[in-house]
Design a binder for this molecule. Structure first.
Ligand code: NDP
Length: 281
């Protein structure tokens, strides 16, 4: 039976450490500030934004959410980003994705100062990650690595297979594992014989968005399974990309959904915001 990688538990431990850092920053006259920009009404985003606000409140980060209507002209959003870039009380800025279709996501993400890009999506931070030079790391894969480290799970020399090649999860997860000396394969919707790749994975990261597509008999016995996917079934139940029950009897380690990668994503956002405040003050 697989051991559970408890993202909630690891997240709480990291948040306690962050709260202490924030206390010290406050004693020095600095309160870390996060500005969240939310354009439109996307219901899932509403929940994510609320969760971020709550997490910030709990550990003492000053968070401000800027809500803008769906039909906001792109220039208006760029104007707000520019103002926040210049605001010394704001250490981190994030634009909640997805943004409305009439806006150019690349232009928007590029407009955020790389020093305040706590989501780690700016091309400068992406480039720093590619070349292993630091910068802000995208929160979800960063959280995955932190969980492996907290449980003392070896990465070096292991075969890591990532399902999904998005800029926010798949690609940065692959780079972070590569920097930790894993041998990395990235799979996507056009991969031939994906089952063969999955079966060979010592570490499997699933970031696809297809409910329970990976069953226990597809996984290498003893593998470490990090399930990034969040999928809501018609019944309302949240499940990952991995069929948890069957995978639990094959894998060595597994993250549950919910309670695995999810809590770590917000935690690493908090961590990046504190890091930004420490750098900028
Ligand atoms: P994207 O939709 O941007 O990317 C999905 C990736 O999966 C694409 O690269 C796609 O391939 C690939 N894919 C689709 N179908 C298959 C298939 N049958 N076999 C193999 N690969 C496939 O998603 P994100 O990366 O943004 O998110 C992935 C999942 O993770 C979602 O469920 C999302 O909700 C969740 N998520 C969870 C977070 C958390 O905190 N836990 C944070 C962020 C995301 P191709 O490129 O060829 O189209």
């Amino acid at each position: 039976m697989a051991k559970v990688i408890d993202g909630k538990e690891v997240a709480s431990e990291i948040r306690r450490g962050l709260a202490e850092k924030i206390q010290r920053l406050k004693e020095g006259g600095v309160t870390p500030g996060l500005a969240v920009i939310f354009v439109g009404e996307d219901p899932a985003s509403q929940i994510y934004v609320r969760n971020k606000e709550k997490a910030c409140e709990e550990i003492g980060i000053n968070s401000t959410t800027h809500r803008m209507p769906e039909d906001t002209p792109q220039n208006e959003l760029l104007g707000l980003i520019s103002k926040l870039n210049d605001d010394p009380g704001v250490h981190g800025i994030l634009v909640q994705l997805p943004i409305p279709k009439h806006m150019d996501e690349e232009v928007i993400l590029r407009a955020i100062s790389a020093d305040k890009d706590v989501d780690g999506f700016h091309p400068i931070n992406m480039g720093l990650l590619l070349t292993g030079q630091g910068g802000f790391k995208p929160c979800t894969p960063y959280g995955c690595i932190k969980m492996l480290d907290k449980y003392g799970i070896d990465i070096r020399g292991k075969k890591a297979v990532i399902l999904g090649r998005s800029n926010i999860v798949g690609k940065p997860a692959a780079l972070m594992l590569l920097h930790r000396d894993a041998t990395v394969t990235i799979c996507h919707s056009r991969t031939d014989n994906i089952a063969k790749e999955i079966r060979e994975a010592d570490i499997l990261v699933t970031a696809v968005g297809k409910p329970e597509m990976i069953k226990g008999d597809m996984i290498k016995p003893g593998a470490v399974v990090l399930d990034v996917g969040i999928n809501r079934l018609e019944s309302g139940k949240l499940v990952g990309d991995v069929h948890y029950q069957s995978a639990s009897s094959t894998a060595g380690w597994i993250t549950p959904v919910p309670g695995g990668v999810g809590p770590m994503t917000i935690t690493m956002l908090l961590s990046n915001t504190v890091e930004a405040a420490e750098k900028l003050c």
